[in-house]
Design a protein around this ligand. Structure first.
Ligand code: BG6
Length: 521
């Protein structure tokens, strides 16, 4: 049953709103996840294109902006004009400052009117998609209850975008601010990775198949690696990125979520509380990243000048530091690449490392989890083969080409005993032949339904920061620049040392071809 409601987007003129949120609302409407009795209200400081004259967008102009955004997002599929004609009159715009009581009062008034004209039943979903500086004023104003319509007939919920703080202290402060006027059940801290199909499939893979559980531990697994690599540069996002860096931008949230789903114990039930309880336990079991061997546990890099892939085409970059300088930042130690080695000190993962890495300007855009199993005992084949046979890998590909791949050893047909690592592949696209919904569509839909399973709980965000705070502090106090890497390469040399010093190596991608190993009979 689709719920009537008003969805209010703060930051309606921003990139995220145009690229993801408005198209997601269109898809929800087209899939029947929103009824005719819904409204979308864009709220932003931005005025019309002519900012100088401070002429606010009209509803009509915002509608046109939404149409263009949907059209761009749908590409060749185009906009269904009949559907759009049904939806367009449910879209409104309010220009307002984020901290102005008066502007929020206008919003409150408009929402009450819309409840009447569109039967939205007093249900409100607020989506904060602004730069982080605006989080506090918006949350405070919303806390004043009028906009939330707290004593009204419906529910009110709040989705808050990342970054959820920049450290443990700031995340705690943000939680405290939220708890002044919202209950945890009303707060939806979003991480769009949790809306990706393959990420959700991690739980199905682990807990709906009996073959994995007995071997899903340090006794059978040698190590787990998680790579989230991007080809894009951060040159155009220096303003945001320089305060963030790879650790805060990707590891604290997206990669930690992947790791928690891979590492957690089976939850007691598939509800939000049980699943999030288990994820928190993972973070709390991570061995603190401090001490003398810190350098062997966390590595940072920054891309230098060279060429990277921009929308599939080679493009030049002067390097991150030069891009930052052009935007007024004289010297920057912000990392555009980070690799971390972690131990989860519990019974399941005792002594077994997790290697994680992420970076900009890398050769491929891919997100994958590689579970590398221990090698077969040194008996039969090892003795008679020129090198050790390959270990088995289970590769969970989150993007692109979502799917799973098992790497197993097979005999090359013929008289000789030659062994080759081969892949058993399961591709989402060909197995199900349906298009998965975009992450934001799934997540906004869950928020409308009040399902918090795929959102981050307050204590979970804090627990993740507790793990990374020492790294953030150590890097902030270390004024020596991060190691440079060539754009289009797989990162700084030290990130290879991080894993190779342990006698292991990074898996680049599933496409890597392993040579044949000759064995004598
Ligand atoms: C965002 C980060 O959260 O995730 C970006 O701020 C990053 O820096 C993006 O590019 C990656 O998301 P996806 O879905 O393209 O892997």
């Amino acid at each position: 049953m689709a719920h009537p409601c008003a969805i209010v987007i703060f930051g309606a003129s921003g990139d995220l709103s145009k690229l993801k949120l408005v198209p997601a609302v269109y898809e929800m409407f087209s899939h029947g996840l929103l009824p005719d009795s819904f409204v979308l209200v864009g709220y932003a400081r931005s005025t019309h294109k002519d900012r100088e004259k401070k002429i606010p967008w009209t509803d009509e102009e915002y509608r046109k902006d939404c149409y263009d955004a949907i059209k761009a997002a749908r590409g060749k599929k185009g906009v269904d004009e009949k559907l759009w004609a049904k939806m367009v009159n449910n879209i409104y715009y309010i220009a307002g400052q984020y901290d102005s009581a008066e502007d929020h009062a206008r919003l409150a008034k408009r929402l009450l009117e819309l409840d009447k004209t569109h039967d939205t039943a007093g249900n409100r979903l607020f989506y904060i998609s602004t730069p982080p500086e605006a989080f506090e004023p918006i949350i405070s104003r919303l806390g004043e209850r009028e906009v939330r319509h707290e004593n009204g007939p419906g529910w009110s919920r709040l989705i808050i975008e990342k970054p959820f703080g920049t450290s443990l202290a700031t995340a705690k402060a943000l939680n405290q601010l939220l708890y002044k006027s919202w209950k945890e059940e009303q707060i939806f801290r979003i991480d769009h990775y949790l809306g990706k199909e393959t990420v959700q499939n991690l739980m199905v893979l682990r807990f709906a198949n009996s073959i994995f559980e007995p071997i899903w531990n340090y006794k059978y697994i040698d190590h787990i690696q998680i790579t989230v690599s991007e080809t894009l540069s951060a040159d155009d996002r220096v303003g945001y990125y320089d305060k963030s860096g790879a650790l805060r931008d990707m590891i604290q949230n997206h990669i930690f979520q992947l790791m928690a789903l891979v590492a957690m114990e089976p939850p007691a039930a598939l509800d939000a509380q049980s699943i999030r309880d288990e994820k928190v336990k993972v973070y709390k079991s991570i061995r603190p990243l401090r001490g003398a061997r810190f350098d062997h546990m966390a590595v940072r890099g920054q891309y230098g000048p060279g060429e990277y892939l921009k929308k599939g085409q080679k493009a030049p970059t002067k390097g991150y530091a030069a891009a930052a300088k052009e935007r007024g930042i004289d010297s920057t130690v912000t990392e555009t690449f980070a690799a971390v080695k972690l131990y989860i000190d519990n019974w399941r993962w005792s002594g077994m490392p997790f290697y994680i890495r992420t970076g900009k300007c890398l050769p491929e855009k891919l997100s994958e989890v590689v579970v590398r199993f221990r090698g077969a005992p040194q008996t039969l084949f090892q003795k008679q083969c020129e090198t050790a046979v390959y270990p088995n890998d289970l590769i969970v590909r989150i993007q692109p080409e979502e799917g799973l791949s098992w790497r197993l050893n097979g005999k090359v047909p013929g008289g000789a005993m030659n062994i080759k690592s081969v892949a058993l592949d399961f591709l989402y696209k060909s197995a199900f032949n349906v298009e998965a919904p975009e992450a934001y569509e799934r997540l906004i839909g869950d928020a409308v339904e009040g399902d918090q399973t795929l959102f981050i709980r307050g204590d979970e965000a804090e627990a993740a920061w507790s793990v990374l705070d020492p790294v953030v502090d150590a890097w902030a106090n270390d004024k020596s620049p991060p190691q440079q890497y060539q754009p289009g390469s797989w990162g700084p040399k030290k990130s290879f040392d991080l894993i190779e010093n342990d006698g292991r190596r990074w898996m680049y991608s599933t496409g890597e071809v392993e040579p044949v190993i000759a064995c004598s009979l």
